[in-house]
Design a protein around this ligand. Structure first.
Ligand SMILES: C[S@@+](CC[C@H](N)C(=O)[O-])C[C@H]1O[C@@H](n2cnc3c(N)ncnc32)[C@H](O)[C@@H]1O
Length: 258
């Protein structure tokens, strides 16, 4: 059972994400496609397991929002897109990708245990309080098949503490949406509270993290960020500056069946 306080948090979050869905899609998704969004999407794809037995991968996009990652992955896998916000899923449907939307709280997933090869979750856990994150991670563990892969991103406090827009590691954005940033050690500690194995933490978005705190560079980045994508891509592929990104990418596996 979800504790009353967590259920209240989820209900409040649902309202806020419903109100902000269209604006989020317009501002972040469109602008991210000019920044390191394509790098991010390829990164998720490169971390998915290889399909086996000639069948397509089954992937859960947990907190799919307006569906940009789901739509990209749908070309390579059968995708279920779960999100708390009906308004976000309504935008996702307009992307006309062949994905299956499910309105659900990650802390109480109405999905069959062991039914996914991989779970991806892009910038969702930074918007949940710690207790709900652990609960959601246990749900995601449950819906993965043995040996299945989990990939998710969180805000990286080691770089974001230098951003003007992030005065504290936990707080609320002007929209009222809760956020929480993690150090790499905190991200590891979080995973230690779960049955996941083979945990790895790396960075993503190093060029953005370098430019954001410097006013002139930040403005330039908003115009020309797309030009830095090849640099981000190479840094990502080679694992260079692994902790320097604006985001931390956490990968882990469910223990294979013995
Ligand atoms: C920052 S958006 C990210 C959306 C998408 N993953 C992307 O990359 O664009 C966070 C999303 O998490 C969803 N979310 C927040 N709390 C949730 C919960 N408890 N269960 C399911 N989804 C949740 C919100 O509705 C929102 O769509």
């Amino acid at each position: 059972m979800l504790a009353a306080v967590d259920a209240r948090f989820s209900s409040d979050a649902r309202q806020r994400w419903d109100q902000g869905a269209a604006a989020y899609d317009a501002r972040h998704i469109r602008s991210r496609s000019r920044w390191f969004g394509p790098v991010e999407r390829r990164m998720y794809r490169s971390l998915l397991p290889a399909p086996s037995n000639g069948r397509r991968l089954r992937v859960l996009d947990a907190g799919a929002g307006t569906g940009v990652l789901s739509a990209y992955l749908a070309a390579h896998a059968d995708v279920v897109s779960a999100d708390l916000s009906a308004a976000s899923l309504a935008v996702l449907r307009t992307r006309q990708a062949s994905v299956a939307p499910v309105q659900a709280d990650l802390a109480r997933l109405p999905l069959r245990p062991g039914s996914f090869d991989a779970v991806v979750s892009n910038v969702v856990f930074p918007h949940l309080p710690d207790e709900l994150v652990v609960r959601a991670l246990l749900e995601l563990h449950d819906v993965l098949r043995p040996g299945g892969t989990l990939v998710f991103t969180v805000f990286n406090w080691e770089t974001m503490r230098r951003f003007r827009t992030f005065p504290t590691p936990r707080g609320r954005f002007p929209s009222g949406v809760y956020y929480r940033a993690y150090t790499a050690d905190e991200a590891r500690a979080l995973m230690n509270a779960t049955p996941f194995r083979d945990v790895r933490v790396r960075g993503l978005g190093a060029v953005y993290a370098f430019c954001q705190p410097r006013r002139g560079l930040h403005r330039l980045y908003h115009r020309l960020g797309w030009a830095t994508m090849p640099v981000e891509y190479v840094l990502q592929r080679l694992g260079l500056l692994s902790r320097a990104g604006a985001y931390l990418v956490v990968t882990a596996r469910k223990t294979p069946a013995s």
